[in-house]
Design a protein around this ligand. Structure first.
Ligand SMILES: *[C@@H]1O[C@H](CO)[C@@H](O)[C@H](O)[C@H]1NC(C)=O
Ligand SMILES: *[C@@H]1O[C@H](CO)[C@@H](O)[C@H](O)[C@H]1NC(C)=O
Length: 367
């Protein structure tokens, strides 16, 4: 009798501890927020009437569930690998109905495939969540969390969060260079267009600061001219498109410079430049060193370099995704994403400016 009381009360203590353990890590792990385009979207577009989507096979073929989720990857994407590093579960897309209660405290992913810095980027995709709307959702998110844990703790959660923003590539591919003589290309020559993008991007980042973000990883664009889609469209001999490479080489350094200006304006290292262009160039120029058989041919697609159209159930599909740098005509494979996040975490100042994520995590854990 006495023993069974002891056993049942210790079981109760155990159950209580387990209940606490399942709640506590969510409440205590650093929140993570993601903004931007398809490189970081993890399924918001599944809920929208748009052609920019990744919710049918073979997307997700190497995801833990082996099912498509809306991520533009065969498996994990860049935010997923970052979530792992900060010891957090994968983020839910903001539009997911599962994002309620304590799950909100993990953070949220607001990204939407097809969007750009400019509102007029990706018009052909119709209903996508443009940057201003992603920020509106972030405000709404903060109201919902306030209802849950109060204003004070919500502010701490947001100020203490890690933020990732990836946007800009579509302003070239799905705007300036979308069609010959596009409206923007008649309005601006390339250097002036880049200046305009950087000044609009600066306003977005200041808005993000006003919304409470205090540690923001900002990626540049990849080597736009070298993705299988551009090789198929613009290249006769497999060389990267000069024009798109020029766009990326103008955009990325000016972005880093602008982030530096913002940091001195705010008197703190709020914005961290992640040179994903350089990271991607590493495996694009020397795929063999990373265990890839090719960086020109997409694993999933059709036409030259498997670079035309979308990745669909009818596309060519490679059998070993780990041998391909590009999963589809535009997006890196899971293995390439893993390399990118390793560099975000541990890269030298050539890759991460002014410091890498492991340094940030060490710094922030002390405060
Ligand atoms: C983008 O569109 C929204 C809604 O129409 C508007 O409020 C916002 O000012 C626009 N942004 C720019 C930079 O034009
Ligand atoms: C980046 O991370 C590594 C590993 O934590 C560290 O040793 C290195 O000093 C860091 N580099 C920079 C430039 O912050």
């Amino acid at each position: 009798m006495a023993t069974s009381i002891i056993i049942s009360s210790s079981l109760m203590v155990l159950a209580l501890l387990m209940a606490l353990a399942t709640v506590a890590p969510q409440a205590e792990a650093r929140a993570f927020f993601v903004f931007g385009d398809s490189l970081v979207d993890n399924g918001n577009n599944n809920y929208l009437a748009t052609s920019a989507r990744a919710d049918s096979p073979p997307y997700g073929i190497d995801f833990p569930t082996h099912r498509p989720t809306g991520r533009f990857s065969n498996g994990l994407n860049i935010p997923d690998f970052i979530s792992r590093e900060i010891g957090s579960e994968f983020l839910l897309p903001y539009l997911s109905s599962q994002l309620t209660g304590n799950k909100l405290l993990v953070g949220a992913n607001f990204a939407s495939a097809g969007i750009g810095i400019l509102n007029d980027t990706g018009v052909q995709f119709a209903n996508i969540i443009r940057m201003f709307q992603q920020f509106e959702f972030f405000k709404e998110y903060q109201r919902r969390v306030t209802a849950l844990i109060g204003a004070q703790r919500t502010k701490q959660l947001v100020n203490g969060a890690l933020v990732l923003i990836t946007v800009g590539g579509n302003d070239f591919v799905n705007n300036y260079y979308l069609v010959p003589y596009s409206v923007r290309s008649r309005q601006y020559n390339l250097p002036d267009y880049v200046k305009f993008l950087i000044s609009e991007y600066k306003k977005l980042l200041m808005k993000l600061y006003d919304l409470g973000a205090r540690r923001v990883l900002v990626t540049g664009t990849g080597p736009l001219g070298c993705v299988p889609a551009e090789l198929a469209l613009r290249s006769r001999n497999g060389q990267c498109s000069d024009e798109l490479q020029r766009a990326a080489s103008l955009f990325n350094p000016q972005l880093t410079q602008m982030l530096g200006q913002l940091n001195s304006q705010y008197g703190s290292h709020i914005f961290i430049a992640a040179n994903t262009g350089r990271m991607t160039a590493d495996f694009v120029t020397n795929p063999g060193a990373f265990g890839f058989v090719t960086s020109k041919i997409a694993c999933c697609g059709q036409g030259p370099y498997n670079g035309l159209g979308l990745c669909t159930p009818a596309s060519n599909l490679c059998s070993n995704r780990n041998l391909y740098a590009f999963w589809d005509p535009f997006h890196p494979s899971e293995k390439a994403n893993r390399y990118i996040v390793q560099q975000i975490l541990k890269g030298t100042t050539e890759y991460m400016n002014p410091m890498n994520l492991s340094t940030i995590l060490a710094l922030d854990s002390r405060t």
